[in-house]
Design a protein around this ligand. Structure first.
Ligand code: SF4
Length: 327
């Protein structure tokens, strides 16, 4: 299928999610956590946008906001030119045909009492497909994800972790979506299986011209799959860049520290791991200025006073840093 990577399919603008902090017996609101704090980015048709950051940085919350599985506190999500946040429940139900998600642990997202046929055909049943159409489509999907026709009558307990994730992927593809959010889709799998699932997702994306928002805490996985990478820290994007630029010349000190932690495959090559100082600040009590300044080895006086926005650092990359690093 021809790919037109210039078409913007998804555009998030200034997206925010704040959760209240409740304390005491009467659960009085005493503060708020800014889980996603003014995130803007675009995804193009056929593109894989990798989203990386330490756990708790807000990436999974962002994924759920994009699909409106939770309601944002502010901002906009434009999908194929329509603002998802303005859609009625019925319009959103229809829009969900084009927007799907694959979660981390396949065992958590499938009903153990159903067989593969029932699991994969769930979305088809919701959208009123006939029994025969459901069966035909499920057989097609089983082949697409590398499972056999006879597997449709098996139950989850008889599948391996990798096979269960294939079933989850088949279900996500049932309605021919345009965009799939992959939320840590291989982290719950054995390392030996991870590569197979990543290759499968890549093949399917190419065949169907899908767009992926691919979330992972693992930079090696992000490097393998992504055309473009967003690096998140405490609810904000710290750096965004084409994959090959980000991994060659990270401009943000946080990205550079994350990259330094990727295992060096050659034991003779010296690793220059940057140990981040201190703990991740409490998101309910965000530091003033650059939110990374409490851990940044390059911090200067200005960094604790003002918050940097994303600025161009060349080669299509942007970094939220007053003093971006050079290669
Ligand atoms: Fe570090 Fe300052 Fe850049 Fe923040 S703005 S990342 S504290 S150098």
């Amino acid at each position: 299928m021809p790919q037109n990577r210039s078409e913007i399919i998804l555009k998030a603008q200034n997206l925010e999610k704040r959760f209240p902090v409740l304390s005491g017996l009467i659960k009085k609101k005493t503060g708020e956590v800014r889980a996603v704090d003014g995130v803007s980015f675009e995804a193009r048709l056929g593109e894989v946008v990798g989203l990386v950051g330490e756990s708790g940085c807000g990436k999974s919350t962002l994924a759920r906001l994009l699909l409106r599985l939770i309601e944002p506190s502010g901002g906009q999500v434009m999908f194929q030119g329509r603002d998802l946040l303005n859609l009625s429940a019925e319009e959103m139900r229809k829009a969900r045909r084009d927007l799907q998600i694959v979660f981390q642990d396949p065992s958590d997202s499938i009903n153990p009492r159903l067989n593969a046929l029932e699991i994969v055909s769930e979305p088809l049943a919701v959208h009123g497909f006939s029994k025969q159409d459901r069966l035909d489509r499920v057989l097609e999907l089983m082949e697409l994800v590398g499972l056999g026709r006879d597997d449709i009558f098996r139950h989850p307990h008889s599948f391996s972790g990798g096979q269960k994730q294939r079933i989850v992927i088949a279900r996500a593809l049932a309605l021919n979506p345009k965009l799939v959010v992959c939320d840590e889709p291989v982290s719950a799998l054995d390392v030996s299986i991870q590569g197979q699932i990543l290759r499968l997702l890549d093949d399917i994306r190419e065949k169907l011209n899908l767009t992926y928002i691919f979330i992972s805490h693992d930079l090696a996985v992000i490097k393998y799959v992504s055309d473009r990478v967003l690096v998140m820290y405490l609810g904000k994007i710290m750096e965004q860049a084409p994959g090959e630029i980000l991994f060659k010349r990270p401009a943000h000190p946080y990205t550079r520290a994350l990259l330094s932690a990727i295992a060096v495959p050659n034991p003779r090559k010296k690793s220059h791991r940057i140990m981040l100082q201190g703990d991740v600040p409490n998101p309910a009590d965000m530091p003033k200025g650059c939110r990374f300044h409490t851990r940044c080895q390059y911090a200067r006086a200005r960094c604790s006073q003002e918050e940097p926005g994303l600025q161009d650092v060349g080669d299509g990359a942007k970094a939220a840093c007053f003093f971006p690093l050079e290669s």
